[in-house]
Design a protein around this ligand. Sequence first.
Ligand code: FE2
Length: 334
Amino acid sequence: MSAATYTSLITDEVQSVPKVLIVDDNETNVELICMHLKPLNYQIHKAYDGDQALQMVAKDEPDLILLDLMMPRISGYEVCQRLKSDPKTALIPIIIITALRELDDKIKAMDLGADDFLIKPFNKIELLTRIRSLLRMKQLYDELDHSESVVFALAETLEAKDIYTRGHSERVSKYSVILARELGLSVEEIEVIKKGALLHDIGKIGVKDTVLNKIDKLTPEEIAHIRTHPARGFEICKTLKSFKKFLPIIRWHHERIDGKGHPDGLTGDQLPVAAKICSVADAFDAMTSNRPYRKGISPQQAASIFEREMTTGQWEPEIVKIFIALVRRSYKDK
Ligand SMILES: [Fe+2]
């Protein structure tokens, strides 16, 4: 990439103006709103039915949508419902602008996730005030999203630093998700487990490379140093409010149900299921991955070890039992 391209990328980001999408099948209404918004110099995009609106959002995500309810083919209700139920677009603020006066319609739109509601003919000042306030909120969400991306990028960097466990977090996340599904956890819980497992070893960023990549046996001091990583990961992520849900996995993935794990020595009844799942997935990947000083064992051999060690107090037996069945089913012919 040339220096000029970098400059233009940075400048674009700094100078980006909010994108507002106006959706109404009545052209006169669209033009009226455009006229009101003109002094604010926003980027205005226009759609004249629900279908066109959804296509435009998929192509170029706006920062805010002004949405009419009664439109041919796909109604505003449906547009709102589809956008708010998709995690990729759920945070785009939607203001419903409609001629409908009934309270029921307002409640229905709000139930679908609309952020605000204005009745035509609307007051220009009120419209602009609400737009500005929702755009501020969207900007905060975007900034938060950037902070999250930075931490996930850090986790990826870690994989490069720890040369012997490359791809480990990805795999632990994958196994944890499969196990969580098998245990019947909700979609939301599975999403937390997926991301939490990706971040579970993030604290290793603070562990010395010489210890992390040491081939020979670790000294007691070095073991103690490596064992600081769950608490270090917790410290890194605790300041991000949106990462609160990942903290149990990050801090407690090396706990044992008999209370002999670290860093807090919690017992089975104190540990959340997410941490217990990640702990099993983590051990499975450690057993089946190659290290410079030993070859990884096969998934079937790992299943046999889990079977033997099931009641030693390291893992939750119920979770291990389900995991063994999963492994045996998945690697039957391999
Ligand atoms: Fe770990």
